[in-house]
Design a protein around this ligand. Structure first.
Ligand SMILES: *Cc1c(COP(=O)(O)O)cnc(C)c1O
Length: 483
């Protein structure tokens, strides 16, 4: 009661003193905005900002009178914010190279060039230039895919989830697909093998137990309604201890004895054995096909290092059947994706240069000594600033992850900058710093671990070093300004 009578009088005065839309429009600063953002946008923002301020005054959410300076500052901020893209750039210092929430694979310059020119100009996407008639967009990459995997035929869809879905819909609709119980995986929440099966119209027959599945489990489950035997690469976890899984070659033999196709969802699918580059091995489509798989599916934006897409390779007759399914049209990829995919696949023709040319592999194979040298370059530039906020800075050996379900238990030795509170009183400052870095123009994403902020340097390319330094110093300045 008391509060109301005290507050009401000044609020009505504040409202009366707010500038009109016309008054703002006539101001000098507004002429710049009009040139830059256009009349419609500036008017929209002036009106909405004034309305918001009025509403906040009436709701007594403001404790001081909004003067002209404050009103103009709010309009400017809103104009700037609305002009900033929603898809923000990020410096990935999480230590996860293929981070699904940060867009997975970062692509090489020649791949980006190919995608940009496909976007900028007309291209022969579905046009046979030799014959002067309609062509098939899959042909742009089919030969390369066959060459790199040893398959007879190939097709491309939106992502690997789509590849698995289309495969089941085309080959197992109203029929049964047999999968080991140990492989009924969930990936990133929305992709669960049993749910995909159901939506594709396939009846899932689970065999074996979580930890052990034997050849006879499969052969005994086969009946006239069986359409496929399927193996799913358990991307994001491992079953350890008393375990048994049926090797691909045995599954292929069991399937083929009954004239059934054997299909494999490889998940990440790298086209070359990474052991060659000193990394842990991940199965390749070629190995699966050589073991007898009739079809293999995999992602293009995981270890392969390209744009988001899903690939199906294998027997020609099965690929033909899949391509004839009407859902292929629903799940097809666009020209920008195909241009990027073709460019990235071409890099695989020369495996020797791949660690220099394929960005994902470049990051995965970065030597520790290089990250250590980078840490030593960065530290003197920000150490003093951090110290003024009560924060200490050290280097720390950490383990990076490959990510996106590739090699879930393998870790790569890396180097991180570790920022910690110098006293207990400064522990909150570490949390605030993490938030400020996330709000930077190029968002800096590290990870809070125990009481430190860890900035894993594995994915910090040289060209982003000074951006990171600038954002760290700006965050320090904010912390100093408002301790
Ligand atoms: C990642 C993954 C998928 C999903 O692939 P997307 O390209 O993300 O659709 C499916 N199966 C396995 C085994 C995976 O690892």
């Amino acid at each position: 009661m008391n509060k109301l009578t005290v507050a009401r009088a000044p609020v009505s005065e504040w409202l009366a003193q707010l500038p009109s839309v016309d008054k703002v429009l006539a101001l000098e600063c507004c002429q710049d905005w009009l040139r830059h953002y256009g009349r419609d946008e500036v008017l929209r923002v002036i009106r909405s900002t004034l309305a918001l301020i009025r509403q906040e005054c009436l709701a007594q959410k403001r404790t001081t009178q909004p003067d002209l300076e404050a009103v103009l500052a709010e309009i400017r901020q809103t104009l700037e914010k609305r002009a900033t893209p929603n898809l923000r750039r990020v410096i990935n210092l999480t230590g996860t190279v293929l981070h699904t929430n940060l867009g997975r694979a970062v692509m090489p310059p020649e791949v980006i060039d190919a995608m940009a020119s496909a976007a900028a100009e007309p291209c022969a996407l579905e046009y046979d230039l030799g014959e002067g008639k309609r062509g098939d967009r899959d042909e742009l990459v089919e030969e390369l895919l066959c060459e790199l995997t040893g398959a007879e035929a190939a097709t491309v869809v939106n992502n690997n989830a789509a590849a698995v879905f289309l495969l089941l819909h085309a080959l197992s609709n109203r029929k049964e697909t047999i999968v080991s119980r140990g492989e009924l995986i969930e990936i990133g929440g929305a992709f669960r093998i049993p749910d995909i099966m159901k939506r594709a119209g396939a009846k899932l027959i689970e065999v074996g137990t979580t930890n052990r599945t034997h050849p006879r489990d499969f052969s005994e489950a086969i009946n006239p309604k069986t359409a496929l035997l399927m193996k799913v690469h358990t991307s994001n976890y491992v079953v350890q201890g008393f375990t048994a899984e049926v090797p691909e070659a045995d599954l292929a033999r069991i399937a083929h004895e009954r004239q059934l196709p054997f299909v494999v969802d490889l998940g990440s699918g790298t086209l070359i054995d990474l052991a060659r580059y000193g990394l842990p091995s991940e199965p390749t489509p070629r190995q699966a096909l050589e073991a007898g798989a009739d079809l293999v599916t995999f992602s293009c934006d995981k270890l392969l290092g390209g744009p988001q897409a899903g690939i199906l390779v294998g027997r020609r007759d099965l690929i033909q059947k899949i391509k004839k399914n009407p859902l292929k049209r629903v799940l097809r990829v666009g020209k920008v994706t195909l241009a990027g995919l073709e460019a990235v696949l071409r890099l695989y023709r020369n495996p020797e240069t791949l660690p220099q040319r394929l960005t994902v592999l470049q990051l995965l194979t970065r030597p520790e000594s290089e990250m250590q040298a980078q840490a030593l370059r960065l530290m003197p530039q920000v150490q003093a600033g951090l110290l003024t906020c009560g924060l200490t800075l050290h280097t720390r050996p950490v383990k990076s992850q490959i990510g996106s379900g590739s090699l879930p238990v393998e870790r790569l030795p890396s180097v991180a900058l570790a920022i910690e509170a110098s006293t207990k009183a400064h522990e909150k400052t570490v949390v605030r710093l993490e938030r400020l870095l996330r709000a930077s123009p190029t968002a800096v994403i590290g990870r809070l671990s125990e009481k430190s902020l860890l900035l894993d340097l594995r994915c910090l390319t040289i060209d982003k070093e000074q951006v990171l330094v600038a954002h760290l110093l700006a965050a320090v300045a904010s912390l100093v300004a408002a301790p």
